[in-house]
Design a protein around this ligand. Structure first.
Ligand code: 4AD
Ligand code: MG
Length: 462
C-alpha cells in the first residue's frame, strides 16, 4: 500500500516501544509522551519523546514552523505524523511530524531535572513524585516489573499455587517484636476495644499462612508487601518491602530448599538480563559501572554451601577488624555476611545450620547435632549480605509443643499445632527480599533506590 493511502487513514495510536520495534515505515501514527530533548535547527526541529514503554525515545522530526516555546524538556506532547526509516543506525524509524500538540507544559527552571544531565540516585531520591521521569529510575521500575513477572512464571512452571496471604494478621511470625499495630482512626472507635477484638498487626511474613496451605497444595508461594518496624537507617532495610515466600511439603533436607532458591535466583536473573537488556545496561554501564562482571560471575558457578560453624571459623581466622566480634552463637552481622561472600569468591553462598537459639520457634531442631543447631539456611549475596532466609519447619508435634510452651505461646498457636496433628509432613520454605534482589542484580547500594515509594523510620512521603 502506498504512503498516501496510509496518510488518509486515521493515525494509529502506538506505544513508542511498538513504533521502534517493527512498525512499518510509512504508517500514519500518533504517539503521546514526554519530551526528553529539544534541538531546534535552521529548517527542522528535532525532539526525543519517551512514553515509559522503553528506555529509547522516539526521534521526532518536524518543520521549524511547528516549534513552540512551550516545547521544553519535561513537557507532555501528542504528536501525529508518518513513520520514516531513520538514517541513523541507532534507531530503526523516526517520526516525521505534521502536528505537535503540547498537552502539558513544564517550566524548565523549576523542574528539578535538567536536560542532558545525569543526576545521581541520591539526588533524584529527593523527588519521589518526579523521579520516574528520569531514565535511571524508569529503567529500574521496568526491570522491577519484569522481575515480578519472572518470579510468577518461575513458580507457575514449577507447580506452585499462589496464595494471597493476609496483610492484616494477629500473629508475629518472626517473634522479633518488629510489628506495626493496627487500629482504626475513626472517632466511633471508643479506644477501649480492638477493632478485631484482638490486637492486629501488619504482617511481617506470610510464612505461617503458607504453612497452612502447604498442607493441602504441597507447593505454595506468595509475593506481597511485608512490614517491619525496624528502627534502622541502613541501606538494606525498609519498613515496607516486598517478599517472595515459598513453602514446600515433603521436604526432607535443606538441599531440597536451597535448590528451589538457587533455581529461582537463576531463572529470574536470566529472564531479566534477556528481557530488559537495555534497561539493565543503563545501570551496568552508567549507574553502577563494572557490576555486570559481578553478575556474570554470580550466574556462572553453583552457589557454595557452608555451615554456620564453618562461617564462624572463617570469620575467627580472618585478619579483618569487625565492629562486632564473632564467636559460636553470635548472630551474623552485615559486615560478617559481606566478608563471607568475598571469602567464597564474591558469589552467592548458602549458610546452613544456625544455632538453635537464634532461630524462631518454627525452625526444625537438628537434634543430633553436637552444638545445638536448627535446620535453617540463609543465602548471602555480593553487595547486600542476607538475601533469603529459610528453614525446615518443626513438623514433630511434641517438639513443637514443648518449644511453644517454653515461650508461653501454646494457646496462641494452637491452630499451628493442629497442622502437626492432622497429616503433618516434613516441610520447609524461605523468603527472599525482593528489593535486596534488585540491589544485588543492579549493584544499587541503597535499598531506597529500588522501590517506587520507600518507607523507613521518620519517612513516609506521599
Ligand atoms: O529472614 P527473614 O526475616 O525470614 C522470614 O521472614 C521467614 N518467615 C521467611 C520464610 O521462611 N517464609 O526475611 C526474609 C528476607 C530477608 O532475607 C531479607 O532479604 C528480607 O526478607 N528482609 C528485608 N528486606 C528489606 N527490609 C527489611 N526490613 C527486611 N527484613 C527482611
Ligand atoms: Mg533472616
Amino acid at each position: 500500500r502506498s504512503v498516501r493511502h496510509y496518510c488518509r487513514e486515521a493515525p494509529t495510536k502506538l506505544r513508542i516501544s511498538e513504533a521502534l520495534s517493527g512498525a512499518e515505515p510509512g504508517t500514519n501514527v500518533r504517539v503521546q509522551g514526554w519530551v526528553r530533548s529539544v534541538r531546534p535547527q535552521k529548517t527542522n526541529l528535532f525532539l526525543h519523546v519517551n512514553d515509559g514503554s522503553s528506555l529509547q525515545p522516539l526521534q521526532v522530526v518536524a518543520a521549524s514552523t511547528l516549534d513552540d516555546p512551550s516545547l521544553t524538556f519535561g513537557s507532555a506532547v501528542d504528536v501525529t505524523g508518518v513513520l520514516k526509516k531513520s538514517p541513523h543506525h541507532k534507531q530503526p524509524v523516526e517520526l516525521e511530524a505534521d502536528h505537535i500538540h503540547v498537552v502539558g507544559q513544564c517550566n524548565p527552571v523549576d523542574f528539578p531535572f535538567k536536560i542532558k544531565e545525569r543526576h545521581s540516585l541520591e539526588y533524584i531520591r529527593q523527588f519521589p513524585h518526579l523521579r520516574c521521569r528520569t531514565n535511571a529510575f524508569s529503567s529500574l521500575l521496568r526491570i522491577r516489573s519484569e522481575a515480578t513477572a519472572a518470579v510468577h512464571s518461575f513458580f507457575k512452571e514449577n507447580g506452585f499455587v499462589q496464595i494471597h496471604t493476609p496483610i492484616i494478621t494477629s500473629n508475629d511470625c518472626e517473634g522479633a517484636g518488629e510489628l506495626f499495630q493496627l487500629e482504626p482512626s475513626s472517632p466511633e472507635n471508643d479506644g477501649n476495644e480492638h477493632f478485631f477484638s484482638v490486637p492486629a498487626f501488619l504482617s511481617v511474613s506470610g510464612q505461617l499462612h503458607l504453612e497452612v496451605m502447604s498442607g493441602a497444595f504441597s507447593r505454595v508461594y506468595t509475593f506481597g508487601p511485608t512490614f517491619r518496624a525496624e528502627n534502622s537507617q541502613s541501606r538494606r532495610h525498609l519498613a515496607e518491602f516486598y517478599m517472595v515466600e515459598a513453602e514446600v511439603s515433603f521436604t526432607e533436607s535443606l538441599e531440597d530448599l536451597t535448590k528451589v532458591m538457587e533455581d529461582m535466583f537463576r531463572c529470574v536473573s536470566e529472564y531479566v538480563l534477556a528481557h530488559c537488556a537495555e534497561d539493565v545496561d543503563l545501570f551496568h554501564k552508567h549507574v553502577t559501572p563494572g557490576h555486570r562482571d559481578t553478575v556474570d560471575a554470580m550466574l556462572k558457578k553453583r552457589f557454595p554451601v557452608i555451615t554456620y560453624s564453618d562461617a564462624i571459623d572463617i570469620l575467627n581466622r580472618s585478619s579483618e577488624e569487625f565492629t562486632f566480634p564473632t564467636h559460636w552463637g553470635c548472630d551474623l552481622q552485615t559486615e560478617h555476611e559481606k566478608y563471607l561472600v568475598k571469602h567464597c569468591g564474591n558469589i552467592p553462598v548458602f549458610v546452613t545450620d544456625y544455632p538453635y537459639d537464634l532461630k524462631p520457634f518454627y525452625a526444625r531442631d537438628n537434634q543430633d547435632s553436637p552444638q545445638h543447631t536448627a535446620a535453617a539456611v540463609d543465602l548471602l549475596v555480593p553487595g547486600v549480605g542476607e538475601l533469603c532466609g529459610g528453614s525446615l519447619r518443626e513438623e514433630r508435634l511434641e517438639l513443637l509443643r514443648a518449644r511453644l510452651e517454653e515461650a508461653g505461646l501454646e494457646d496462641t498457636y494452637s491452630w499451628y499445632l493442629d497442622l502437626r496433628r492432622f497429616g503433618s509432613v516434613p516441610h520447609g520454605g524461605f523468603g527472599l527480599g525482593f528489593e535486596r534482589y534488585l540491589q544485588c542484580i543492579l549493584g544499587v547500594a541503597n535499598i531506597k533506590d529500588v522501590v517506587p515509594f520507600p518507607r523507613f523510620s521518620h519517612s513516609c512521603l506521599l
